[in-house]
Design a binder for this molecule. Structure first.
Ligand code: COA
Length: 158
């Protein structure tokens, strides 16, 4: 199942580090390499994403970063979407988060809000991409930091 999901990271007590600038040397090498194959606009968008995403996440986390579980970079290959792979992975994070009475945080683009809302995530901070990009003539892209508070399992689920 995991082979169909390109990249999935979760952690307990490491939400701030997952979003900080302190990336591993391997991750940094991959990022630097990938920049060779993208257009200047894609590079600007990536930089804009990184900057705004880190700012928004750190604002939401405040002094409680060590309390959060987090989900980052959840993708299912288009040929395998709609088969429950992403749901299984989201539940693999939220179930232990509930067990430990911890909130879970992620960042989502607008078109996936309904997917995450179906698991109990709520938008807590919005930001937009593209409004300052002279080459982006479509509407700015709405992105949100979403948080799911821990839920008490009902008696029938226990
Ligand atoms: C969002 C995404 C990860 C869902 O993956 P998936 O493996 O297809 O999800 P599932 O099969 O577990 O879907 C479970 C349910 O959510 C629904 N769903 C999936 N994506 C949805 C979306 N964007 N909006 C609303 N519902 C969605 C499915 O239709 C399914 O409904 P059902 O249970 O009634 O059949 C996948 O569509 C994806 O990779 N999208 C592109 C990448 C992306 O935007 N990643 C997120 C970056 S923030």
């Amino acid at each position: 199942m995991l082979m169909f999901c390109l990249y999935f990271v979760f952690s307990r007590s490491s939400a701030s580090s997952a979003f900080s600038h302190k990336q591993s040397s391997v991750e940094n090498a991959i990022r630097r390499l990938s920049k060779l194959f993208i257009s200047p606009q894609q590079r600007r968008r990536g930089d804009e994403w990184s900057e705004k995403c880190v700012d928004a996440v750190l604002t939401v986390l405040g002094d409680h970063a060590d309390q959060y579980f987090s989900i980052d970079g959840l993708y299912t290959h288009p040929d395998y979407q709609g088969r429950g792979f992403a749901s299984t992975l989201v539940n693999a994070i939220t179930e232990p988060a509930d067990k430990h009475d911890r909130p879970t945080l992620l960042v989502s683009v607008y078109h996936n809000f309904p997917f995450y809302e179906s698991f109990g995530f709520q938008r807590v901070m919005d930001f937009t991409l593209g409004e300052d990009d002279p080459d982006w003539d479509a509407e700015p892209i709405l992105v949100s930091v979403m948080v799911r508070q821990p839920q008490v399992p009902s008696r029938k689920d226990q």
